[in-house]
Design a protein around this ligand. Structure first.
Ligand SMILES: NC(=O)c1ccc[n+]([C@@H]2O[C@H](COP(=O)([O-])OP(=O)(O)OC[C@H]3O[C@@H](n4cnc5c(N)ncnc54)[C@H](OP(=O)(O)O)[C@@H]3O)[C@@H](O)[C@H]2O)c1
Length: 239
């Protein structure tokens, strides 16, 4: 069983993600007010869990790294469910198992760290002491399908909103795990080829979205020129 995964993201009209580079609203509204629209649509998606990529989480919340004394892994690590719970969970994939958490929650939602099975026993011990749940994404921490299965089957997550950045969105796209795209288009431009876009797959596959097609479900003008587009994914069987 897998959760339903909705990639929920706000981009400029040129599909870029760095909000501080976008041009200002034409009508004098503050940019942050327009960002609030994205957040409120995100809440309305009403998913059991939401997720940021590691760069986005560390940039905005936990910039420090955990330094290990001993890197020995456990031979058969098991997922850990923290005692503290919240209505909604927050998940992050940390293939290096080195985020130093200053809190066990993000915006009030309990954290589930997704780790490689080779994560050091010391790091797992640290997470347990912080009362932070964890589960595994294969030996290297990159098996997104296995991680999503555990999130559904062990943590009871039936729906998840994947909220960027582009690299983690690209990894989920390549794994064929996205069921819906909820794209909130900000009425402004970045303009640079160097800025990350909605999907930034960094692996070897030439066409990471191969076999996937989008069906438009709805297109709404929200306010101040913001447009909310919802698409469902159709996936061809490529086996
Ligand atoms: N406009 C928006 O709605 C929005 C939303 C979110 C973020 N953003 C912005 O987007 C910017 C770009 O974020 P980003 O794309 O650089 O980073 P990201 O997607 O937040 O995080 C990418 C990192 O996740 C880790 N990772 C875990 N599993 C992975 C896998 N299977 N494949 C690849 N990487 C995996 C890697 O960390 P390691 O390399 O350390 O292993 C990778 O560098 C951020 O600056 C943020 O501010 C905008």
């Amino acid at each position: 069983m897998l959760p339903k995964i909705i990639c929920h993201i706000m981009s400029s009209v040129d599909g870029r993600l760095l909000t501080d580079r976008w041009t200002d609203p034409f009508n004098g509204q503050s940019k942050s007010e327009l960002m609030g629209v994205y957040a409120s649509i995100g809440r309305k998606l009403n998913t059991d869990a939401w997720m940021f990529g590691k760069n986005t989480l560390c940039e905005g919340f936990f910039p420090k790294q955990f330094h290990l004394r001993d890197t020995t892994p456990l031979s058969h690590p098991k997922p850990y469910i923290a005692s503290h719970t919240s209505d909604r969970l927050f998940a992050v994939i940390d293939p290096d198992a080195d985020i130093l958490y200053e809190s066990s929650t993000v915006r009030g939602d309990c954290i589930v760290a997704i780790l490689p099975e080779t994560a050091p026993a010391d790091y797992l011990d640290y997470l347990q002491k912080k009362d932070i749940s964890y589960l595994f994404a294969g030996a290297k921490g990159d098996d997104l399908r296995a991680a999503m299965q555990t999130l559904a089957e062990v943590f009871g997550v039936e729906s998840l909103s994947l909220q960027g950045g582009g690299i983690i969105n690209g990894a989920f796209l390549h794994a064929g795990l996205i069921d819906e795209l909820s794209l909130v288009v900000y009425p402004g431009i970045d303009g640079s080829a160097a800025s990350p876009s909605v999907f930034e797959y960094i692996g070897k596959e030439h066409l990471p979205a191969r076999g996937q097609s989008l069906e438009l479900l709805s297109a709404k003008t929200v306010q101040d020129g913001i447009v909310w587009l919802r698409y469902c994914f159709h996936k061809a069987d490529l086996t």
